[in-house]
Design a protein around this ligand. Structure first.
Ligand code: CMC
Length: 428
């Protein structure tokens, strides 16, 4: 059934077509609004704006559903590896055995950064946040491989995608080693994706890191759960940059910058800092909750709330289970986990959180898993970035393959009306 929306403006009625997605999501196509009426729409924070049609990820925030290319996140977490999920997102199909072998080979062949890039790590102060280094080094990669600037051929694209997924992990581990004054550890071709990352992070030149299969699986799962999340802030940033026909690496570097903020990917670091503060203050969480609710300090319960999920984030459910299993299997306790559980219980029973539909999101328990694996706090958001890379690449490709226009929103100007330019002596 084709539907139209009628808008009455200045006494005239205009009709706009409705669009319906494959899961019955409904929108009004207002792309001719300004041309027909002279009006634009105003939607602060874009909460009601569909910026594109996409076939990558589906979310139903009311029902707590997340699917990559139609497959529920719960099934992927159980049956697939991160590399398989990356392939699914980018190529729009789960790889069969030979496709997986080919893609894994491509990742291995592209795992080393250009040797001359290593010198750049020396230039950053040891206090640098690894997200700053990550973004700078991803962007710098196109200086070392001029071919990265070519975005046209499909074959070249597959190599670029593999290079980015593989090298982001190498750059991340190198930046961590440098920030600690530790020697760089090169990847080993026989390790799988996530094991190789842990090797580059924690091995020493004289001793290989002892791999715990539980830790590898937990981190792989974190990557899977972060791999895509439709039009969030960083993915929209990647699409925005891609729409100007910038290259894949430049677009992904911009995504890293957008992800860094505490309201987005930076929340996983902020959750642990919040839990540490509560622990240090001797509070059982009650005082902190009161502080949040009276809003005087502007503090939020980090790891809670989501623009789209108005129900339990399905990723948080899985991550909470992984967290419980990992700590149990490693025979570890964490006082921060006890506080987190208490805060969750309080929040889920508190009218402030119930009325606003605030539930734990993916970041609430992921930091506790990363602590248990030994990943330092400042690397948490970098882990998110490694996981999100396939989603950014898939979204970049969707923009590249469509005839989409450059992204260029309008605004409602509310500044001065025509004002003359006074000379310096006339200015107050
Ligand atoms: N703690 C306390 N109050 C909150 C929280 C929170 N975590 N989140 C939202 N609220 C309140 C907010 O103060 C506002 O209250 P009121 O109606 O009285 O003004 C109301 O809920 C709506 O908040 P909003 O900021 O308009 O909601 P939003 O949809 O724009 O924000 C959010 C979504 C994720 C930015 C927000 O919930 C938040 O800041 N959460 C904490 C940071 C966080 O955990 N971020 C990770 C998100 S999941 C991973 C990712 O996608 O990066």
């Amino acid at each position: 059934m084709s539907n139209t929306a009628k808008v009455e403006l200045d006494g005239k009625v205009y009709e706009f077509p409705c669009v319906v997605g494959s899961e019955n999501e409904k929108g009004i196509d207002i792309s001719t609004l300004r041309a027909k009426t002279g009006y634009i729409t105003l939607d602060d924070g874009y909460a009601n704006t569909g910026s594109c049609k996409s076939s990558i990820t589906y979310i139903d925030g009311e029902k707590g559903i997340l699917r990559y290319r139609g497959i529920p996140i719960e099934e992927l977490a159980e049956k697939a590896s991160f590399v398989e999920v990356a392939y699914l997102l980018i190529m729009n199909k789960l790889p069969n055995a030979s496709e997986l072998r080919r893609f894994s080979d491509l990742l291995t062949r592209n795992e080393m950064i250009h040797e001359d890039m290593k010198v750049h790590f020396e230039g950053f102060p040891s206090t640098s946040h690894p997200m700053a280094i990550l973004s700078a080094m991803i962007n710098a990669a196109s200086c070392f491989w001029q071919g990265l600037i070519d975005t046209d051929s499909d074959e070249n694209f597959e190599i670029q995608a593999a290079r980015l997924i593989s090298q982001v992990r190498t750059i991340a581990a190198f930046s961590y080693r440098k920030s600690r004054g530790l020697p760089i550890i090169y990847p080993k071709p026989f390790y799988r994706y996530t094991a190789n990352f842990l090797h580059m992070m924690f091995s020493e030149p004289y001793q290989d890191y002892e791999m715990d299969p539980e830790a590898i699986r937990a981190l792989d799962m974190i990557f899977i759960l972060h791999a895509d999340h439709e039009q969030n802030c960083s993915t929209s940033t990647v699409r925005m940059v891609a729409s100007s026909h910038s290259n894949l690496f430049a677009s992904a570097a911009a995504g890293v910058c957008a992800l860094w903020g505490a309201r987005h990917g930076g929340a996983n670091q902020a959750v642990i800092e919040m839990l540490q503060d509560i622990l240090k203050s001797g509070d059982d969480g009650s005082r902190f909750m009161e502080e949040i609710k009276n809003k005087k300090t502007g503090k939020r319960l980090m790891g809670f709330g989501h623009r789209v999920y108005k129900n339990y984030d399905p990723r948080a459910k899985i991550i909470k289970q992984i967290c419980d299993d990992l700590l149990h299997n490693l025979h570890m306790g964490d006082p921060l986990l006890d506080i987190a559980r208490r805060l969750e219980e309080k929040a889920l029973n508190d009218p402030y959180f119930i009325e606003r539909k605030l539930y734990p999101n993916v970041d609430f328990y992921s930091g506790i898993i990363m602590r248990a694996i030994g990943i330092p706090l400042e690397m948490f958001t970098v882990i998110f970035a490694i996981g999100r890379m396939p989603g950014w690449i898939a979204n970049y490709k969707e923009v590249r393959d469509s005839a989409s226009k450059i992204y260029r929103p309008r605004q409602i100007y509310v500044g001065n009306t025509l004002t003359s330019c006074p000379t310096i002596n006339e200015r107050s």
